[in-house]
Design a protein around this ligand. Structure first.
Ligand code: RIB
Ligand code: CA
Length: 307
């Protein structure tokens, strides 16, 4: 798999899961503007790979803005660095790749013999650009598993989830491409709450990396408490990785999904036809239920395995 992300606290945890879980092989990391500028997100991805002791996984910088809209960052949620919490004094040892995210995706998809999944935990700008520039290569993507959207309400506007809101045109283009698509939206990621018992389990691992995870999730908890009144924050992005690792962890149903791009008040909304009102054919697998114990076991095991 390739992880296309905008780290981000939950993206950081998704990276750790993808690096350490034996069921997947992380071939590369591509970054996209979203939670913060693409420069900060790329630095954060390099930092996570350094902390995980994974210097050989390439980190390539992607789109610095959405296809047509101005960039809206989420510094209110993820802080000025995009990964606020623990302080890091030094540059990460993992370098930025000398190739772009586009070149990394083209390279991986053309050279790899076995099927390659793209797990996306940010706006879908990089994939939409690949579809426009190299449809021949994009069609080699085995499947896309995305954290984004919602079957219910949004988290940046009443109806739009952040990753979809940042670049709804890109999300619409990717959905129309016909590449097998799984949507892990807020309706399921809000089942992945970092409750006190989960936080204690991370602390009990006792490694420096686990300590940093606790600091990240504690910061994330503070913003979710302040902005939304949550008693525990939802760890969104690893849900998409977990779905690839073991589909039984994230139950999905087939449904038609379209992206609102023209609505005056609803841009970035995902219109998910769970009840077949429209007669439009299913074009996505839509996540509806999380096996919480299995989810947390997988993430805790991953962090413990990284030492
Ligand atoms: O809405 C949740 C998503 O927005 C997550 O991917 C989080 O990292 C932010 O980008
Ligand atoms: Ca993200």
């Amino acid at each position: 798999m390739v992880l296309d992300c905008d780290p981000g606290h939950d993206d950081a945890m998704a990276l750790l899961l993808a690096i350490a879980d034996p069921a997947v092989e992380l071939l590369g990391v591509t970054t996209v503007a979203g939670n913060q500028t693409v420069g900060k997100c790329t630095l954060n991805a390099r930092r996570v790979l350094s902390l995980a002791g994974a210097p050989d996984i390439p980190v390539a910088r992607g789109a610095d803005r959405p296809l047509v809209r101005p960039l809206r960052i989420a510094d209110d949620v993820h802080g000025v660095t995009g990964l606020d919490g623990p302080l890091f004094e030094h540059e990460p040892k993992v370098p930025e790749a000398t190739i772009t995210a586009h070149e990394l995706l083209v390279g991986v998809l053309t050279k790899h013999d076995s099927p390659v999944t793209v797990v996306a935990t940010g706006a879908l700008t990089n994939i939409a650009r690949l579809l426009s520039a190299r449809p021949d290569v994009a069609s080699r993507i085995d499947q896309i598993v995305w954290m984004g959207g919602s079957t219910e309400r949004g988290n940046v506007t009443p109806y739009a989830e952040a990753n979809c809101f940042v670049d709804p045109e890109a999300a619409g283009q990717v959905l129309r491409s016909g590449i097998p698509f799984t949507m892990c939206g807020l309706n399921v990621t809000h089942q992945a709450l970092v409750t006190d018992d989960v936080l204690s389990a991370f602390a009990r691992i006792g490694t420096p990396l686990a300590g940093i995870c606790v600091e990240w999730m504690t910061f994330f908890a503070s913003t979710y408490r302040r902005l939304w009144g949550f008693t525990a924050p939802p760890l969104h992005d690893p849900v998409a990785v977990a779905r690839l690792i073991d589909p039984a962890i994230v139950r999905c149903v087939e449904a038609n999904v379209v992206i609102e791009t023209a609505g005056e008040w609803t841009a970035g909304a995902t219109a998910v036809d769970l009840h077949h009102y429209t007669g439009r054919p299913a074009n996505a697998r839509v996540a509806v239920e999380l096996d919480r114990p299995a989810y947390w076991t997988r993430i805790l095991d991953a962090v413990a395995a990284l030492g």
